[in-house]
Design a protein around this ligand. Sequence first.
Ligand code: UDP
Length: 463
Amino acid sequence: MEQTQQTPHIIIHPSPGMGHLIPLAEFAKRLVLLHDFTVTLVIPIENNFPTESMKLFLIVLPEGIDYIFLPSVNFDDLPHDTRAEARICLLMNRSIPLLRHTFMNITSTNHVVALVVDLFGSEAFEVAREFKVPPYMFFPASAMSLSLLLHLQELDETYDCEFRDIPEPIKLPGCVPFKGIDVMDGAKDKTNVAYKMVLHISTLYSSAEGILINTFGSLENETLKALNQLGKPPIFPVGPLIQLKITSDDSECIKFLNEQPRGSVLFVSFGSGGTLSHSQLLELALGLELSGERFLWVIRSPGDATNATYFEQKIEDPFDFLPNGFLDRTKGLGLVVPSWAPQIQVLSHVSTGGFVTHCGWNSILESIMHGVPLIAWPLYAEQKMNAEMITAGLKIALRPKVDEKFIVDREEVARTVKCLMREEEGNRIRERINELKDAGFMMLNEDGSSTKALSEVANMWKK
Ligand code: UDP
């Protein structure tokens, strides 16, 4: 689309990670295709970004969406053990002068009508205001996570102790109760600098002109109602926005799936950064083998932190960490691929019948929208809260039990996998997830509530 002075233009400023970039880009596509905006993604980077998967993703964005990488922020001063959330907050914070400069350039040739950031970007609201542009947020996670962040200050004042030491479950308005120990990572440890940063950015949320959120009523109706009762900021549920399937794919994964019976393959993947310990990886492998089920497993080298590969891909060969003879014994029944798989293509394939997920919000939405039942294996960020919602709340997932060493052992892996793929309980989960899938598609119809919510925002921006 030709950009003119008159075409309303949106600046989108995502925080690092494919789990943030993918839904923001999907959101951008809808703005361009349905509402005739043009968009620039202004992407902050540090030493190890952009990753290969990020570059491949950006290169195929449609006309009307431009992207700019901000100059790389230097992190040489950061202690080695800086938590992911602190690192992301700092990246966003240190990118502010760079964003301001880019804002100036973009506004000089475009009619910019809104800035949209994601959950880590609220400090950039000040830049938008300097340019008299209204600041908005696109929240790429659940309404329950948004609720936690909007209530964080209040929880902080209510409890002197760490949230993990609160004896009773935490009950946010309209949400499934969850244990304090399952609170999202950034809010987990009050003594850590990450907590103060997350608390700070969350207190800025209420000054957004609006928060668009990637969820929908049938999934989180009560939570959304409770959020609306807060009065400020206005909340617009525009989900489920997921990646659209790319039609042709001749990857090894798809070739493998093409040869398997319908609904027979369990997809095992822990998002863009999920990492298992070596002993957990061995138990998972042996459990998959023991189950006798077909599987497609995206494997990463083991690490100590559950999000060890979020910022950088490890260079070791992950296959070196598998049990001896595993690949030979499971040949034909299972496929193991390193690092990354075309998840949407996998989930939309008729042979895929289940998904072991780390419970990233995009993965949950993508699975729902393809009617694939879940096994919840949360690792980092807000995933334990998501796991509680999809098991105790929505009942669309099984959750394997961890032993006293915090390991899911091979027998438990095999039991859960067989239950999902073969048993009555698995069938009931499949039915429920298909009902949610239908509800999700209704929201995206021409007169669906998510379509209407997006139009409402788009019309405000055009005025
Ligand atoms: N993804 C993918 N292939 C992979 C791993 C992840 O395409 O091998 C995509 C996945 O489809 C989803 C996103 O990356 O859209 C991950 O987002 P999610 O919220 O599930 O988890 P995060 O990576 O942010 O923890």
